[in-house]
Design a protein around this ligand. Structure first.
Ligand code: C5P
Length: 396
């Protein structure tokens, strides 16, 4: 989603400057171009050569140089940027920006640009908590700058607390969010994702291969597009997406309870979780001992959450998923009607590149009027975008 965008990265003089190298790589991987401005102090921590090599562009430091023949550096850089990211941002740059100073290239560009500005603070805990730094951040926020909260943990100065550079993936997410049109603003979307675990003793359970990737992609993209997102997730190894209300659950019964609790406030529910249809009828209090001969487990039906909320729609938009290994379209169509959905997203487990665990999917989106939109093999983030495009039309 950042393809073709121009990111201007300001690196200032804190120990976290070394992380800017990795941040540049993350940006570049998305297909955008990165130009870097370093303050003089930043060059004490990491060399311009490193950032120049990784960004594939000259690193800018000097106020009084020309880019190309006659382009003045601070104006050309400020105009070209789609976003200015300052990471790490020291207390010093925050203070200078809050005061409206322009005594080096970075502060001058920050004043000259009309692009959104994202500030990612990193400093010692006492500095981060200092009242004047707080006040400066509030002032910048009130003038339209976007300020990320610093991370918590062990700092380079050996103290524990807040002041770490925000997680690099969160910075990337924030940039993507800043550059995304907020066409779902004001909408409240409930997404379910991942597998469920159905225990039959304290250490064992039945589950499926769902990774949660499709549902997390939906939550991330919906949030970037301005929706207020609640993500109810079964156990996955994925990082919790930033900016969403995250509710971890384990079993289908827990998922049902969480969905019912949050249903009232949702304008749309997207159920991409692979909820187990059956659970063991009993759960032993102690670990079941190994013995010779077979062990028989009796399974009973779990509630079909989607079908249940389809019965009391109350104007909500409902989107379900169907993963099938045969008669994909017929089965999906039947589910769409039976569960009273607005859309169903169908995929064939047998197709390579589709379904569980992969980063890609091949889906068909079916609607109630009988329309079938067939999407080619795509990244799950892109699939999420296409599903939300269809969902948006339903709001009208
Ligand atoms: O009928 P099937 O289980 O294939 O339907 C899949 C859809 O129904 C998915 O959207 C899934 O999240 C939802 N579902 C559910 N509760 C269940 C089983 C599936 O909400 N117990």
């Amino acid at each position: 989603m950042l393809k073709g965008k121009h990111i201007l990265l300001g690196v200032t003089g804190g120990i976290a400057a070394y992380k800017s190298a990795e941040l540049i790589r993350l940006f570049i991987k998305t297909g955008c171009s990165v130009k870097v401005i370093m303050t003089r102090h930043a060059t004490e921590f990491i060399t311009p050569l490193t950032l120049q090599t990784l960004s594939g562009n000259p690193v800018f430091m000097d106020m009084f140089s020309l880019i190309r023949d006659h382009d003045i550096a601070h104006i050309a850089l400020a105009e070209e940027a789609d976003v200015l990211v300052i990471a790490p941002a020291t207390a010093n740059i925050i203070g200078k920006m809050a005061a409206g100073l322009a005594d080096d290239l970075l502060t001058t560009v920050a004043l000259a640009t009309k692009a959104p500005v994202l500030i990612c603070p990193a400093m010692n805990t006492n500095m981060y908590e200092n009242a004047i730094v707080r006040e400066n951040m509030r002032k910048l926020a009130s003038r339209g700058c976007h300020i990320m909260a610093a991370g918590e943990g062990e700092l380079a100065c050996k103290t524990e607390g807040s002041g770490r550079l925000p997680d690099l993936q969160d910075i990337l997410d924030e940039v993507q969010s800043l550059l995304t049109e907020k066409d779902l603003a004001g909408k409240r979307i409930l997404v379910t994702a991942g597998p469920t675990r159905e225990p039959f003793d304290p250490v064992r359970f039945i589950t499926n291969y769902s990774s949660g990737k499709m549902g997390y992609a939906l939550a991330i993209v919906a949030r970037r597009r301005g929706a207020a997102v609640t993500l109810i997730s079964g156990p996955t190894v994925l990082p919790v997406p930033s900016g969403v209300d995250f509710i971890p659950v384990s079993s289908a019964l827990e998922m049902r309870e969480a969905v019912m609790q949050h249903l009232k406030t949702a304008d749309m529910v997207i159920k991409s979780a692979a909820v187990a249809d059956f659970r063991p009828s009993t759960r032993a209090d102690d670990k079941i001992k190994k013995k010779s001969g077979p062990l028989t487990l009796t399974l009973e039906r779990n509630p079909d959450i989607l079908a249940e909320i389809g019965k009391k729609k109350e104007g909500r938009i409902l989107i379900g998923f169907a993963m099938e290994s045969e008669d994909l379209v017929e089965n999906a169509k039947a589910k769409l009607m039976k569960k009273n959905l607005d859309l169903i997203v169908a995929n064939d487990v047998k197709q390579s590149g589709a379904g569980f665990q992969t980063d890609t999917n091949i889906v068909k989106i079916l609607d109630r009027a009988g329309g079938i939109e067939e999407l080619p093999l795509m990244d799950k983030m892109e699939v999420a975008g296409r599903i939300l495009d269809r969902a948006k039309q339903l709001f009208k």
